[in-house]
Design a protein. Structure first.
Length: 489
RNA sequence: UCCGGCAUAGCUCAGUCGGUAGAGCGAUCGGCUGUUAACCGAUUUGUCACAGGUUCAAGUCCUGUUGCCGGAGCCA
């Protein structure tokens, strides 16, 4: 690598305190070549062949992608090149090449600039073009999932990957700019009170021959941590302790659920964002959720227009309009009690009956957000019986300060609540639910020492990506999906 | 986990009443063209998911298993 090449200024670098000295390479990204490089520049690009078309005029056209942007760069390779027959004419989809050449205005339609090749070098050929798993044709998402190591080379997955990155960056930027601190909550937990479903065990015990207690049960005191440990299902409980010290904090990391969920909206391993704010109530929480979703959508619109244009055309017609509408909207909000009234008055024939005190079913949520509102919707103040122990009891003693954000097409994208900060009320809830106070020692401590009202929520990151791209299956918006019976790569 | 559907060429699928395997796309070769989802012609391709059963004969019918898809539940 040559880090001092004077010709190259690598792809648009955002203004930053880190912008000098620049990290430069001796070749140019296709993103840089297409967006900002001077016509007439002599450059080198490297990437993977999407397609090759030969012309009897003595030319071959190569569509080259390096994944740095949606578009491919058209390489024009003349038959007069010494390597024309040995290299160029043998290129097939998927091969990797390096090309030196001059960036020129395109003589053809479909692109403004193209690279007139001075030299084409094969980096890696394709063993058997007939067997290349992502040949230049349409493939189903289901099939591409089986070749997840090669699907990043397709238009769709390249676009998803770039949007995913942009949204990740936007998450951190949003919170950083508002004074939130990122807390790295643990992945391994010894807390059996997280309570959000089945957990994966973490153990170094010999499964075939585990140590036993006198009563015959597996003796976890002999395990690595001296107790039973699991993969976390949420960083919330841990992050609450940091909120009650640094005021505004969030987590953004992987989360694990061992539920046997076989749906297009669930993964066994997914990423979740959980902000937590001290001195905040549920209204503050909902306001933050709205700002947050709008900011993420705006980031995607601003920074990934090329990828969104693709999704708009091939995945969900009208996607961009929908996102633009969201970016400037305020979310409608209603209480659970109002939602039940609306559903009861809707005249819809639901499979599951609607009644105050019962969970809202998917079909109910879908009606509310897709038909009744036609936009994102916040439902608040659910009956305490159907919500978790840590949610703050409202003055009516029947409901808790919980909220769900529902969006058309995806359903529940955010779940949050104001946390119960009053020790005696929390203890009453624990008792009512038959939970052992001793198991919640440090969590109760937060209520014993300088307790404050606080609230937060969890956003399923992959569900956000689905919403931002129009993709219909959550397994297609994460690089290597983990789901029941699926851990292939 | 429950309900429903599906599993046939590299991919997407057809395959009638049970009678011994087809198309499109891709790929390869050739033709044409500053081409671009190119176009025209030719060629290429099979453990019919797996295990058993019925039958003279099973891709086709029956049983079981596995996997995938859609919906539901759990949730984010």
């Amino acid at each position: 690598m040559n880090f001092d090449c004077p010709l190259i200024s690598d792809c648009p670098i955002l203004p930053s305190v880190f912008s000098s000295p620049r990290f430069q390479m001796s070749w140019m990204t296709i993103n840089a070549a297409l967006n900002g490089a001077e016509v007439g520049a002599r450059i080198t690009v490297k990437g993977w062949v999407r397609s090759r078309r030969d012309s009897k005029a003595g030319l071959s056209f190569i569509a080259l992608s390096d994944g740095t942007c949606f578009a491919t760069l058209q390489i024009v390779a003349a038959a007069t090149l010494p390597e024309y027959d040995a290299v160029v004419r043998r290129l097939s989809t998927g091969a990797s090449i390096e090309v030196d050449g001059e960036l020129i205005e395109s003589q053809g339609k479909g692109q403004s600039v193209e690279l007139r090749a001075d030299a084409v070098r094969l980096v890696g050929g394709v063993e058997d073009p007939d067997k290349y798993p992502v040949a230049g044709k349409r493939h189903t998402h289901e099939y591409l999932r089986e070749v997840a190591h090669l699907r990043p080379r397709t238009n769709t997955y390249g676009a998803i990957t770039r949007v995913r990155h942009t949204l990740s960056q936007a998450v951190h930027r949003f919170f950083h700019e508002r004074g939130f601190y990122w807390i790295h909550t643990p992945i391994i937990t010894g807390s059996d009170c997280e309570g959000a479903g089945e957990m994966f065990r973490v153990s170094t015990l010999d499964l075939a021959n585990p140590p036993r207690t006198a009563s015959g049960a597996v003796d976890f005191s002999k395990d690595f941590f001296g107790k039973e440990t699991m993969l976390t299902v949420s960083g919330q409980l841990n992050v609450e302790s940091f909120a009650c010290a640094l005021s505004r904090v969030y987590t953004f990391g992987p989360t694990f659920r061992a539920e046997n969920s076989n749906t297009s909206r669930h993964l066994s391993e997914f990423w979740m964002i959980e902000p937590e704010i001290a001195f905040a109530d549920l209204r503050d929480d909902a306001a933050l959720a709205g700002d947050f979703l709008r900011s993420l959508v705006k980031a995607a619109l601003d920074e990934r227009a090329d990828d969104l244009a693709f999704f708009d055309q091939f995945v969900e017609k009208g996607l961009i309009k929908r996102l633009e509408a969201l970016a400037t909207s305020t979310f409608e909000a209603m209480t659970y009690t109002e939602a039940v009234k609306i559903l009861e008055a809707s005249g819809q024939a639901f499979e599951f009956p609607v009644a105050w005190g019962k969970e809202l079913q998917s079909e109910h949520e879908r009606y509310l957000t897709e038909k009744h509102v036609g936009a994102p919707l916040v439902v608040m103040d659910y009956p305490k019986e159907i919500k978790a122990f840590y949610m703050r009891l409202n003055d009516d003693e029947r409901t808790v300060a919980a909220m769900d954000v529902l969006v058309p097409g995806v359903g529940e994208i955010i779940g949050g609540s104001q946390r119960e900060e009053r020790l005696e009320v929390l203890d009453r809830r624990l008792t009512a639910l038959g939970l052992n106070h001793a198991d919640y020692g440090w969590y109760r401590d937060l209520r014993r020492y300088g307790t404050v009202p606080h609230a937060g929520f969890g956003l399923g990151f992959e569900r956000m990506i689905m919403y931002a791209t129009g993709m219909g299956n959550i397994r297609d918006v994460i690089p290597f999906p983990r789901a029941p019976k699926q851990c292939w790569f």
